[in-house]
Design a protein around this ligand. Structure first.
Ligand SMILES: Nc1ncnc2c1ncn2[C@@H]1O[C@H](COP(=O)(O)OP(=O)(O)OP(=O)(O)O)[C@@H](O)[C@H]1O
Ligand SMILES: [Mg+2]
Length: 329
């Protein structure tokens, strides 16, 4: 059912409270779609990565094959595969800052180089640097998805963090907008002072403008994809307990407010009704929580049972994918 809901989407974010099963569900989704023939890129944006543990092979900052046609269900006979990518925020920030440093050296007069370098050193530690770098990588992964994959699945960090990231394109776009407006004013002023001469200045201005424009376009493209339900979906994973349910409702409100459609909820690790009194009582309590959740949030809800054993490796993930419903190709 979940796989069906997501068939036409190009981008899926999997979010939810810490420890509820985001990484497992994201990986099973990726595998399920790959079995139906899709080329899938599975991206972890959580600084505490565990795609590598889950698939039992090293995953890094470049796409790595996690499951190829040979690992998928026999008879799949398709080009479907899963590549994994763990965004390394430290490396991202370093790359980002060294690119900015290069641009600044190119665009700023010599005497500004030292203060600019000091400014960048501070930026490395400033709140938001990390997040905007990760956001840039998310945008990049969506673009890579457009070129080389049918679907990009994001395994996100616990909810609050992801929501801030999804709100960021808007903020960053308007920040860039303000910078550009400023440039326009100072360009006109500068042109007047220079009597429209001064090729070097004009080149610098044009360069800086191009950099800012590229950034703005990238973020507004991301925003467009994320807020278009035909292209992007958001799956919230939860366990049917008091706090995860409360947080799910909060996340639902916030995402809706940001113009992001919640495609489905997954109530994970449902207790069995027939495996002893304690679990049966837990099940009863979970049922009550889910009734309350359904009353407040009108979104398809899929229940996934508590599974025995560790959820590690392609086989275990395939079993989990079976529980996410059939997937049409
Ligand atoms: N349906 C299930 N049945 C049994 N165990 C499960 C199930 N789903 C997930 N788990 C287990 O629960 C633990 C947490 O799952 P997972 O790492 O996917 O959660 P997460 O939301 O990504 O956590 P974090 O917020 O730390 O990233 C793992 O040990 C995983 O194997
Ligand atoms: Mg995780």
């Amino acid at each position: 059912m979940l796989l069906d809901l997501l068939t036409s989407r190009r981008v899926v974010f999997v979010g939810g409270k810490g420890g509820v099963g985001k990484t497992s569900i994201a990986a099973a989704l990726a595998l399920g779609r790959a079995r139906a023939g899709a080329r899938v890129l599975l991206v972890s944006t959580d600084p505490a990565h565990n795609l590598g543990h889950l698939w039992d092979r090293p995953v890094g900052d470049e796409p790595t094959r996690l499951a190829g046609p040979g690992d998928l269900a026999p008879g799949a006979g398709t080009a479907g595969h899963v590549d994994g990518l763990e965004i390394d925020p430290e490396r991202t920030v370093e790359q980002h800052l060294s690119a900015v440093a290069g641009t600044m050296r190119r665009l700023l007069p010599e005497r500004m180089h030292a203060p600019a370098a000091r400014h960048l050193e501070l930026a490395r530690l400033a709140p938001g640097t990390h997040e905007s770098a990760v956001l840039e990588r998310i945008a990049e992964a969506v673009e890579l998805g457009e070129e080389a994959y049918d679907l990009v699945v994001f395994d996100t960090a616990p909810s609050g963090h992801t929501l801030r990231l999804l709100a960021l394109p808007e903020q960053l776009a308007s920040w860039t907008e303000a910078l550009l407006a400023n440039r326009d004013r100072s360009e006109r002023f500068g042109a007047a002072v220079r009597g429209l001469g001064g090729g070097e200045h004009r080149d610098r201005d044009a360069d800086l403008r191009r950099v800012l424009l590229r950034r703005r376009n990238r973020f507004s493209r991301l925003r467009k994809v994320v807020t278009d339900p035909a292209q992007a979906g958001f799956v919230v994973v939860l366990t049917a307990e008091l706090l995860p349910i409360a947080e799910t409702m909060e996340v639902y409100e916030k995402l809706t407010g940001l113009g992001v459609e919640v495609t489905a909820l997954v109530a994970n690790r449902r207790s069995p009704a027939d495996a002893g009194e304690v679990l049966a009582r837990r099940r009863g309590q979970e049922d009550q929580h889910l009734v309350r959740l359904r009353q407040q949030v009108d979104v398809p809800l899929l229940e996934v049972p508590l599974l025995p054993g560790d959820l590690v490796g392609t086989q275990a993930l395939a079993a989990l994918a079976d529980l996410l419903g059939p997937s049409s190709s």
